[in-house]
Design a protein around this ligand. Sequence first.
Ligand SMILES: Nc1ncnc2c1ncn2[C@@H]1O[C@H](COP(=O)(O)OP(=O)(O)OP(=O)(O)O)[C@@H](O)[C@H]1O
Ligand SMILES: [Mg+2]
Length: 158
Amino acid sequence: MLVAITGTPGTGKTSVSELMEAEYSVIHINELVKKKEFNIGTDEERDCLIADTDKLTEHIHSLHKNMRDGEVMIVESHLSHLLDPDLTIVLKTDTAVLIDRLKTKGFGKSKIDENIEAEIMDVILVESTEVCKEVKVIDTTKRPPEDVYRSIRTIICR
Ligand SMILES: Nc1ncnc2c1ncn2[C@@H]1O[C@H](COP(=O)(O)OP(=O)(O)OP(=O)(O)O)[C@@H](O)[C@H]1O
Ligand SMILES: [Mg+2]
């Protein structure tokens, strides 16, 4: 099963996925996108790489195909829901807490504003609901990554 962990930046995708590495195969898409073959250049305005989602989808599914039946692969990124997963888990966080987390990550004001607006508008959840087979939501506002991990595990093992 291919499981996408997605959500607005700062909702805790990487934090929980790092914990999951002990039990599951985990792919951090942001690291892959740094490789030339998986990006189509730089978004100068946002100062970030533009992911090639077609190439990423092809790559992830070819890795997943080589896994044993029933084995779980986790892909984490704010665009992982676009990679045709079997199950999508959208992490959500309340505004005040998310602002603090984004500040801790060193984001500037305009980047914080853009991401808070996206979170309030549920951009990733709406997109996931439109394109994914099955979508679950976990609120990480008051729950540490260990707790979020347990919830994800319960969903995967059900
Ligand atoms: N469940 C949580 N409870 C409290 N703090 C958290 C939680 N998850 C993550 N954090 C903190 O929030 C910040 C952002 O977490 P993280 O980098 O995992 O988010 P992300 O969703 O991977 O963001 P990005 O999309 O930018 O990669 C970090 O400082 C992290 O320690
Ligand atoms: Mg991350």
